[in-house]
Write a protein that binds this ligand. Structure first.
Ligand SMILES: Cc1cc2ncn([C@H]3O[C@H](COP(=O)(O)O)[C@@H](O)[C@H]3O)c2cc1C
Ligand SMILES: O=C(O)c1cccnc1
Length: 348
C-alpha cells in the first residue's frame, strides 16, 4: 500500500486572516497583550479557519483503542482486559471522556483497532480491527508494515469523518493498557533518549515497577538500529492507537482542522507525526502537561506551551476536552469585546 498520502501538503494557513485578527485584537478595550495566550489562540485559529472571527462550536473527539503485546511483560498496574472493557464504558457513556464530551456538546467516536477481548458491535464504536493486539516489541516488531499502514489510515479516516461533520477542532484520545510503555519506547527511539528519562508510572506503577518498565524498554531498543526514521519506530514499538493518532493528526492538518493534543501518549504520537510531516506542527495546540514523567520533555522538544497543568494522568483525550472551554472563551472574547471606538474608551 502506498504511503504517499502521509506527506501530501497540509492545508494552507491564511496569513491575511491571521493579520486581520491581530489588528482586531489591538482595537479591543484592554491593554495590548493583556489577555496573553487567549489572544494568541484566537489569532492562530483565525489563520487556520481563514476568517477574522474564528468560532469553535463543533468539536470532534476520536478515541483510538487497541491492545499491546508488551502488556505481557507486566508493565501496567492494570490487566490487559481493561482496554476492551473501557470501549464498552465509552459506548455506555460512563468514562471520563464520555462525560466531558457530553458536557461540551462534542461529537465522540470510538475506534476499535483490536483488543484481546473484543467487545463486539456497540453504538458509536467504529470497528477497524487490525489484530487482537500488537506483537510484544521486546521480542519482535509491534506491527507489520501492512498493520502500520492500516492503523495510520484508520486515523486519517477519522480526520475525514471530522471534516464531513463540519468539525472545527479535532481531539484524539487513546485507550490501550501498556501504552505508556509503547509511547515511551517510541519517544526514546525518535529522540535517542534513555528510557529512564521518559518512562513513568502510567496507571500507577511504584518505583520498582517503573524500574522494570525501563528495563523492558531498554531490551526492546537494543533490538533495533539507532536510526531516527519515525515510521520505522512507529511500527517497531508503537501501538495501533498511537499510529492511528499519528495518521489522524497528519490527516487533520491536511484537511485544515486544528488539533488539540492531549497527554503523554498523544504527544508521543504528535512527535512521530511532526517527524513524518513537519508542517503539521503548525496545526497543533497542546492542552495540558500530564503528570506522566517524560511529558514535559516531549512538550519541550515540540516547543509546545500547554494551556493547563492540572496534575492529570488519564489519557482518553480528557485533558484536551478540559481545555476546550478555554479555547471557546478565547474566540468569544475576540469576537464580542467592544473596541476602543465602540465603547468610547481612550486608547494609549
Ligand atoms: C480504568 C482505566 C481507564 C483509563 N483510561 C485511560 N487510561 C490510560 O491508562 C493506560 C495507560 O497506562 P499504562 O501504560 O500504565 O497501562 C491507557 O489505556 C490510557 O489511556 C486508563 C486506564 C485504566 C486502568
Ligand atoms: O498523559 C497521558 O496521556 C497518560 C498518562 C498516564 C496514563 N495514561 C495516559
Amino acid at each position: 500500500m502506498s504511503q504517499d498520502w502521509l506527506t501530501e501538503p497540509c492545508f494552507a494557513i491564511d496569513e491575511e486572516s491571521r493579520q486581520r485578527a491581530l489588528d482586531h485584537q489591538a482595537q479591543l478595550t484592554k491593554p495590548p497583550g493583556s489577555l496573553g495566550t487567549l489572544e494568541t489562540l484566537a489569532v492562530r485559529l483565525a489563520g487556520m479557519q481563514h476568517v477574522a472571527m474564528p468560532t469553535l462550536q463543533s468539536v470532534w473527539i476520536s478515541i483510538f483503542a487497541g491492545d499491546h503485546g508488551v502488556a505481557a511483560e507486566g508493565v501496567s498496574a492494570f490487566p490487559q482486559v481493561v482496554t476492551g472493557e473501557m470501549i464498552r464504558n465509552f459506548a455506555n457513556g460512563g468514562a471520563a471522556i464520555s462525560v466531558l464530551a457530553r458536557s461540551l456538546g462534542a461529537m465522540l467516536e470510538v475506534v476499535n483497532l483490536g483488543t484481546v477481548n473484543d467487545p463486539g458491535e456497540l453504538p458509536n464504536v467504529r470497528r477497524a480491527i487490525i489484530a487482537p493486539q500488537t506483537g510484544n516489541f521486546c521480542e519482535r516488531p509491534a506491527m507489520s508494515a501492512v498493520q502500520l499502514d492500516l492503523a495510520l489510515r484508520a486515523g486519517a479516516d477519522s480526520a475525514q469523518a471530522a471534516q464531513d461533520a463540519g468539525a472545527k477542532l479535532f481531539i484524539g484520545g487513546e485507550m490501550g493498557i501498556a501504552n505508556t510503555t509503547s509511547a515511551a519506547a517510541l519517544a526514546c527511539g525518535l529522540l535517542r533518549e534513555s528510557p529512564r528519562a521518559l518512562a513513568g508510572a502510567g496507571t500507577g506503577l511504584d518505583a520498582a515497577g517503573i524500574q522494570h518498565k525501563v528495563a523492558v524498554i531498554e531490551r526492546a531498543l537494543a533490538l533495533y538500529p539507532a536510526d531516527d526514521d519515525a515510521l520505522s519506530w512507529l511500527g517497531r514499538v508503537g501501538g495501533f492507537e498511537i499510529a492511528a493518532l499519528c495518521g489522524a493528526y497528519i490527516g487533520a492538518a491536511q484537511r485544515g482542522i486544528p488539533v488539540l493534543v492531549d497527554g503523554f501518549i498523544t504527544t508521543a504520537a504528535a512527535l512521530a507525526a511532526v517527524r513524518i510531516h513537519p508542517a503539521c506542527r503548525q496545526w497543533m495546540f497542546f492542552a495540558h502537561r500530564s503528570q506522566e514523567r517524560g511529558h514535559a520533555r516531549l512538550l519541550s522538544v515540540l516547543e509546545a506551551d500547554p494551556l493547563l497543568d492540572l496534575g492529570l494522568r488519564l489519557g482518553e483525550g480528557s485533558g484536551a476536552a478540559t481545555a476546550v472551554p478555554l479555547m471557546r472563551l478565547a474566540c468569544e472574547l475576540h469576537s464580542r469585546m467592544a473596541t476602543f471606538a465602540q465603547a468610547g474608551v481612550s486608547s494609549a
